[in-house]
Ligand binder design. Structure first.
Ligand code: NAD
Length: 342
């Protein structure tokens, strides 16, 4: 039988080793925009650390990757302190429809609801695989665009964002004193293919994938480079607002953002209870390949903003949202091959 001291130190060493690996992957992904492993491998190591920390809470350090959001700021770009932190989203590990029920159960428990209490209304939307941005408008004018960075401090990328035609420089209609819009900048698949084909023709370097193409373009110092890259944007939420009556639900916020002139993805729905979420997950998984841009799952959000406030957030993610992913593409291929053989 092993002594507790030995076990603890082994587990501590294991946690330290996992953290070192994750920090290296994070640096490659968030700072260099050049990951060396697929997301499924990153997620696996991250889950392993999370499970270890859950079993041994004393091991959790405030700087553990499980306790903080994404990447550090790149030198050369000016730091921007977010007035409201830009959080990550918890990932539901069960990729079957049951994942939607797990999320609903967590939300209901946190709100202290009983089984006989009414079902909760949710908004479901796509999880775009790009780079998170916060756009700040004062009196209707775009004055600053920042990356998420570590969630507290991001990078000023206003010079590059101004080159994206889909992002309004001036809001449509009556403008609030302050409106911070959060969303995802991405490169569509056809734009990615066209850009790479043209680069190849000119004997120039090609982009590895649309996600890194978008992130790498936005985090350039020279706006002329970003201007040559075809980038798009979807708005999906709010940061700070002043002088604006925020609508009562998330879905209405998105409608309002559309009216202000932002592209808002039409692939979204509002439904009551977890069944509607599971149905959305299934429908999108079936359509995923027909989309003109990459997604890495769907996101469920509690629709009422007053309930979102009541649910609050943890160190790195809100309690009112979850990312429900799909089986990784490689894994899907393997499953299909097995099906054919059987
Ligand atoms: P995340 O990127 O999975 O989720 C949070 C982000 O989702 C938000 O910041 C936002 O930008 C985005 N998002 C997209 N659509 C949204 C919507 N409709 N509503 C709200 N937000 C939306 O979380 P994370 O913690 O930043 O990163 C983890 C992801 O990055 C994982 O998929 C992981 O595999 C990948 N990653 C990979 C490596 C690697 O080496 N391969 C390294 C680090 C991270």
């Amino acid at each position: 039988e092993s002594t507790p001291a030995v076990t603890t130190s082994n587990v501590a060493e294991q946690a330290a080793a996992l953290r070192t690996t994750i920090r290296r992957y994070d640096h490659e992904y968030y700072v260099l925009d050049a990951p060396s492993v697929p997301d499924s491998e990153y997620d696996r190591v991250f889950r392993e650390l999370k499970a270890l920390e859950e079993a041994h809470p004393a091991l959790i350090t405030p700087d553990s990757p499980t306790q903080r959001v994404g990447g550090a700021a790149m030198s050369g770009l000016l730091p921007v302190r977010h007035r409201i932190p830009m959080l990550s989203i918890e990932t539901e590990t069960d990729i079957t429809p049951q994942g939607a029920h797990n999320f609903d159960a967590r939300v209901r428990k946190k709100l202290g609801l009983l089984p006989e209490d009414a079902a909760i209304e949710y908004a479901a939307e796509l999880k775009f695989d790009g780079l998170a941005l916060s756009l700040r408008y004062e009196h209707g004018q775009l004055i600053q665009a920042a990356t998420r960075g570590d969630g507290e401090v991001g990078e000023d990328v206003t010079h590059n964002i101004r080159t994206i035609r889909q992002i309004p420089l001036q809001l449509h209609g009556a403008a609030p004193e302050v409106l911070e819009v959060r969303g995802e900048v991405y490169m569509s698949r056809p734009d990615f293919e066209r850009y790479n084909a043209s680069q190849r023709e000119q004997g120039k370097a090609t982009l590895v994938n649309p996600r890194n193409g978008a992130a790498g373009s936005i985090r350039q110092l020279d706006p002329r480079l970003a201007a040559q890259r075809p980038l798009s944007f979807f708005a999906y939420g709010l940061g700070e607002t002043k002088g604006w009556e925020v609508p009562p639900t998330h879905a209405q916020v998105l409608d309002a953002l559309k009216d202000f002139g932002f592209p808002v993805c039409q692939g979204r729905t509002v439904g009551v209870g977890p069944e509607s979420l599971a149905a959305f997950h299934q429908a999108i998984a079936a359509k995923r390949d027909q989309l003109t841009y990459d997604i890495d799952g769907v996101v469920y959000k509690v629709n009422r903003l007053d309930l979102q406030r009541e649910l609050g957030f943890r160190s790195r993610e809100p309690n009112w949202a979850v990312a429900h992913k799909f089986p990784a593409q490689e894994e899907m291929t393997v499953l299909e091959q097995i099906d054919v053989q059987v």
